[in-house]
Ligand binder design. Structure first.
Ligand SMILES: [Fe+2]
Ligand SMILES: [Fe+2]
Length: 219
């Protein structure tokens, strides 16, 4: 059976994760490399484990998280779908089972807010984890001079955490925002679409979605 360890050590996967970030850097986007996929993988693991999914489903979720942005290597446009097709080919070459390829690729192709539908629990977990990775260190040094609203929103986030309550009824994204760089309204302007999608994804996992910014309950 294919493992997460095999995926992260696979030379082809490693190359595409790195090269995808190079392409995205040229387009002026925030960091989408190993730090991003690592953080998303840990959050997907946390969500699925906490909700009691099987060990195998957790592993498939982690594989999907690691490969979810490789399509950025080709173009940002439709990258969720190109990532899924690239993963599909690699997973087939590695001898993965069709059912497991389906779980992984459906999650990958449904993570971007333009086209995403939380079609499966894995897709839902990946959506929430991906949108929850906002942090200052995703803004590249050379962006400090151009600094558009996306950069300022990311730069303003000094701390973020994702947690599921003990009763497993609610998943909450808690952010600390430095309002010197971005107002809470600007955060909303950028994140409203993403937060709507997170609400739908949470529903797929039988959870409510909560957002707390600087101690204030926003959703
Ligand atoms: Fe993405
Ligand atoms: Fe991503």
């Amino acid at each position: 059976m294919l493992t997460y360890k095999q995926i992260i050590e696979n030379k082809e996967v490693m190359t595409y994760v790195g090269r995808a970030d190079e392409t995205i850097k040229e387009l002026g986007y925030t960091e989408h490399s190993f730090a991003h996929v690592g953080s998303v993988t840990q959050m997907v693991k946390y969500i699925l484990e906490t909700l009691g999914f099987s060990e195998r489903m957790v592993e498939l979720g982690m594989i999907a998280a690691h490969m979810h942005d490789i399509g950025n290597m080709l173009n940002r446009e439709d990258h969720a779908q190109t990532s899924a097709i690239m993963a599909f080919n690699m997973l087939r070459d590695m001898g993965a089972e069709p059912d497991e390829i389906t779980e992984i690729c459906t999650a990958i192709s449904n993570h971007d807010e333009g086209t995403a539908v939380p079609a499966t629990p894995l897709a839902a977990a990946l959506i929430i984890a991906d949108k929850a990775d906002v942090r200052r260190s995703r803004v590249r040094n050379n962006m400090l001079f151009s600094f558009d609203i996306h950069d300022r929103v990311n730069y303003s986030v000094t701390d973020s955490s994702l947690s599921i309550d003990d009763l497993k009824q609610k998943i909450t994204l808690t952010l600390s925002i430095d309002t010197k760089y971005c107002t809470v309204m600007e955060y909303f302007e950028i994140f409203l679409g993403r937060m709507n999608l997170c609400q739908k994804a949470a529903k797929k996992l039988n959870l409510q979605f909560g957002l707390v910014i600087n101690g204030q309950k926003m959703i």
